[in-house]
Design a protein around this ligand. Structure first.
Ligand SMILES: [Zn+2]
Ligand SMILES: [Zn+2]
Length: 170
């Protein structure tokens, strides 16, 4: 389901509608990378609560995203629990706070809402593992697969020769 037609639900003030729906998730861009929801369809709980002043919308689901690790570019999998709320006043003024951008012509845009709600829950860095070692800044090899350190310059034999020379000169 990508959108929900509110005309199919008649609610009086004080009433609540709650249903399990199959949400169709779309890939999202984050930090210049693309993350794919797997599976693409997620079971979600959609609820509306109507009051005289407006309607409260709630959407709850968990998305599993697949994409590149921020540090090593390997595969990362991330479970994102979402519990989003939106509010629409019965007679909204010009105040944006009382109007949800996802409701147009009694159609609730679940695709845009779920994508934005997932983006809000993402960590600063998506990692394959909390202590991913990343790529070596010197040679670019994956430090998780091939842990290594590069000899520092002072251990370089050529520097040792220079140090010897310096000692002889002093
Ligand atoms: Zn990684
Ligand atoms: Zn290296």
């Amino acid at each position: 389901m990508k959108s929900f037609n509110l005309r199919t639900v008649k609610l009086r003030s004080g009433e609540e509608f709650r249903d399990a729906i199959e949400l169709e998730l779309t890939p999202l861009e984050y930090g210049g990378q693309r993350y794919i929801p797997v599976p693409e369809k997620s079971l979600a709980e959609l609820a509306f609560t109507r009051a005289t002043t407006g309607t409260l919308f709630q959407l709850r689901f968990t998305a599993r995203l697949h994409g590149p690790c921020y540090r090593c570019l390997g595969d990362a999998v991330l479970d994102v629990p979402v519990n989003a709320r939106e509010y629409q006043a019965t007679s909204p003024s010009d105040d944006d706070e009382l109007r949800t951008p996802y409701l147009v012509d009694e159609q609730l845009d679940l695709e845009a809402w779920s994508r934005d709600a997932i983006a809000l829950e993402l960590p600063e860095q998506i990692l394959c593992h909390p202590d991913c070692k990343g790529l070596c800044p010197m040679c670019g090899k994956d430090l998780n697969v091939e842990p290594h350190e590069h000899e520092e310059q002072r251990d370089d034999p050529r520097w040792a020769v220079l140090a010897d020379l310096r000692e002889k000169l002093e």
